[in-house]
Design a protein around this ligand. Sequence first.
Ligand code: PLP
Length: 400
Amino acid sequence: MIYMDNSATSPVKEEVFNAMVPYFMEEFGNPSTLYGLGRSAKKAISEAREQVAKLINAEVDEIIFTSGGTESDNMAIKGIAFKNGNEGKHIITTEIEHPAVKDTCEYLKEKGFKITYLPVKENGIIDIDDLKEAICEDTILISVMHANNEIGTIQPIEEIGQIAKENNIIFHCDAVQSVGKIPVDVKKANIDLLSISSHKIYGPKGIGAIFIKKGVKLDRLIHGGGQERGIRSGTENVPGIVGLGKAAEIAREDLDKNIQYLSEIRDALIDKVLERIPESYLNGDRENRLPNNVNFRFAAIEGEGLILRLAANDINGATGSACSSKKLKASYVLSALGLDDADIHGSLRLSLGTENTLEDVDVVVDTLEEVVSGLRLMSPLWDDEKNESMELDESKFTSH
Ligand SMILES: *Cc1c(COP(=O)(O)O)cnc(C)c1O
């Protein structure tokens, strides 16, 4: 089986699992209790907090554990909106955010907030001038993701952070797809709030973290026993936290190596597909892109059929994002690139992991070539496409 859906979730690394194991049984203590067992759980949490902080160049007490990326996004956006809503009601975000940000903003819209959704250019990256123009007296928050989950494009977060700082606006960054994959430095990018998820970086599901810069105040979503400095109550998910910490540590140690390794596989995959499959295109910027993301578009192809045939050949990828691929709705991310419905439905995301190899790439390209041409043979759209390109070729020919 070839797994190329690591942006949806990744397997837990063995070292991560082994680090977690003691905290289910022998070390089951409640970190809030004062005697031995509780103390060792508390120590394990402190260590994990250090490991996560180090990965993003934060201070240890700027990391709060949550149940995942979705909770971190909700906490950041609602937390700031409800805390600072009397100072202003305007939030700036983008058209390509993950649903955890997008739907939270939609909810706040119902509560009387004004949301500006910045468009992206054809390459999937925002125009900094659009951001500058959108800022007004009323703006309390800018929420822009670092790397996109579907097309892997990387936003200029250092420029965004600088603009936010100059205008005294809080900057939240959903970095779930970028943390552990490319360098993330909260200080350098002037980030106030940043979302992290464990299961996208070979850690367990249902655990994540939020970076909250010292001095930034936000309303709480969850009230209770006062854990996590009262910002996020609830008995800590100790094994999960330990797992996230370990995953963060490994990601930091292996960062440069993985960037180099994954970029090589990614580039081989892109080059071979574009070369061998006619009318195939890459969605999203080629350069400013995660080392593990490719997103192709095949003319006259129905993505669902493509996915099923790849799966029948033991290759697992995704159309759209994992969250939206179950609904047969066109991806709003791809639509924001200016693609029409047919192009969107002919798109395929393959997100690589460290387990993938160059041999996998060859298998995937061979299979894709076969599957795409097979599907096109049955597609009336493909006949139209061919006729059109023939007409194009002829007109090119005659104009010489
Ligand atoms: C996966 C993902 C999330 C949600 O994280 P969970 O831990 O699954 O809740 C948020 N934002 C982005 C960009 C993601 O890829």
